[in-house]
Each structure stands twice: as C-alpha cells, then as structure tokens.
Design a protein around this ligand. Structure first.
Ligand code: CAA
Length: 241
C-alpha cells in the first residue's frame, strides 16, 4: 500500500500501533501528537516515522498541520482520526472544562482533520477516513458522559460523510475498540478494571493495540473499497451490536 497516511495521536497507545501497522503495510506515515515530546521523540527514533505536534481540537492548527505534512510527504490518502483523551467522572461531578476538553479533542477533531483532507481526496478520487470510536460510544459508560457522547458522535459523522463521498472513491469508517491495554485504560482504578470491566469481557482479557491496528490496516486497504459507513468492532465480545 504505497499511500500517505496521517494518524492523529499516533505516537502512543493504539495510535502508535496503527502508525507502525500502516508503515509495515507500505505506507509513508505521519504521526501527530498533542503534548508528550519525550514519547514522540522516542517513537520517532524507534520507528523512523515522522512526528508532528499540534492540537487536533483547534481547526486552524489542523489546517496548518495538514499543509505541513502534505508539503513534507505528499497528499494525505489515508486519515486515521485516533487522538483522544478521557476526563472521567460522573455527570453530577463533571466540570464544564472536562466536558469541553473531551468534546474538543475527541469529536471536534474529527471535523477539524477530515475537513482539511477531504477536498484533496475528492479531487484525486481516492481516500480512506477511519475514525477510532469506542465501545463506550456504543453502549454508554458510567463516568464517561463526555467521552461516550463524543464517541457516539463519531458514528453519525462517519455515516454522513461516507454517503457524501461514496461516489468519489473515498470510504469513511469507524473502528470501535473495547478495553485495550494502554495507558488510558490503566488510568482506570485497578479495582474497577478487576471487578467491573474484566468480568464482562467474554474473551477474558484486555485487547492489544495491534489488534485494533489490524482493523485499521484492513479498512485502509484497496481491497476494502466496498466497505463504507460501517463500524468494525473489536471488544472481545463485551458488547455485540
Ligand atoms: N463499569 C461499571 N461500573 C463502574 C465503572 C465501570 N467501568 N466505573 C465505576 N463504576 C461504578 C463504581 O464501582 C460505583 O459503583 P458502586 O457504588 O456500586 O461501588 C459507581 O459506578 C459510581 O462510582 P463512584 O461513586 O465512585 O463515582 P465517581 O463520581 O467517584 O466516579 C469513576 C468514579 C470516574 C466513574 C471511576 O470509577 C472510573 O474512572 N471508572 C471507570 C470509567 C471507565 O470505564 N472509563 C473507561 C476508560 S478507558 C477508555 O475510555 C477507552 C475506551 O474507549 C474503552
């Protein structure tokens, strides 16, 4: 797959596995990150993948960032909207700041990034937009009114934009991971993971980032051209839609 791919939040966790997976499939990859310079530099040194720093919640930053990636590497064929944060807390304790931060990074970003690559994809007649949603956007989750709302929004965006671009060689899909062994899940209290999460995963374990990355590599491939507006779920059987 000799394509140019851009992965947001691509230097750590699921995004890093996706960036490496696309590179291994033959793509030239750009990985963006929001703040952790040390992790990004280590990722770049280890993988040789180009890294870029900007806030995906900021439209102008995305516009400038995409322009820089395209100047350096070429037009973006594959966009993976992966960047995401959690600010967990039950609604009756949630601050407006924690609501807004999650909506900005996890949902505004989907517009900010896709808007800045879609015209080029339409002009060239090829594109892949893959957004990482979540099981918690499908079923809702205690402590995640903000995150569940943002991730649920990803599904609506995906279906609308898939229809708009189906005749232009562009597919738009979502991947909905369950609980994957990353720093984000490790931030959940150990007791909650043991007593409230693991017992509900029929496969009996957390997922691995590479298991999500393989879903993305598949959807990004030429062979997946008939799949659009869909959600590929990888959650160990925890929630079946
Ligand atoms: N599943 C089921 N029940 C949960 C739960 C979960 N994941 N998390 C908390 N609960 C329960 C608590 O055990 C508690 O129940 P009991 O009263 O019976 O003990 C109840 O919900 C409410 O908890 P608290 O009163 O302690 O509420 P709080 O306002 O202090 O908030 C919390 C605590 C923020 C919800 C904390 O428990 C937490 O972080 N939970 C994990 C939430 C979660 O699953 N986040 C997913 C992060 S990973 C991710 O987001 C990636 C992805 O896409 C899957």
């Amino acid at each position: 797959m000799a394509r140019i791919a851009l992965v947001t939040g691509g230097t750590r966790g699921i995004g890093a596995a996706i960036a490496v997976g696309l590179r291994d499939a033959g793509c030239t990859v750009a990985a963006t990150y929001g703040g952790n310079d040390v992790a990004a530099e280590a990722f770049k040194a280890e993988t040789g993948i180009a890294v870029y720093k900007w806030d995906v919640g900021d439209f102008a930053a995305c516009q400038a960032g995409v322009a820089q990636v395209e100047a350096d590497l070429g037009p973006v064929d594959i966009l993976v909207n992966n960047a995401g944060i959690t600010r967990d807390g039950t609604l009756h304790r949630m601050s407006p700041e924690n609501w807004r931060a999650v909506i900005a990074t996890n949902l505004d970003s989907i517009f900010n990034m896709t808007r800045n690559v879609i015209e080029g994809m339409r002009a060239r007649g090829f594109g892949r937009v893959i957004s990482i949603a979540s099981i918690n956007g499908q079923k809702g989750q205690i402590g995640q009114a903000n995150y569940s709302a943002a991730k649920a929004g990803v599904f609506g965006f995906t279906k609308a934009v898939a229809q708009e671009n189906a005749a232009k060689g562009i597919t738009v899909n979502a991947v909905a991971p369950g609980y994957i062994a990353t720093e984000m899940v490790r931030a959940v209290p150990e007791e909650v993971i043991k007593s409230k999460i693991l017992p509900h995963i029929p496969v009996g374990r957390l997922g691995e980032p590479e298991e999500v990355a393989r879903c993305v590599t598949f959807l990004a491939s030429e062979e997946a051209g008939f799949i659009t507006g869909s959600t590929l779920t990888a959650n160990g059987g925890q929630y079946m839609t």
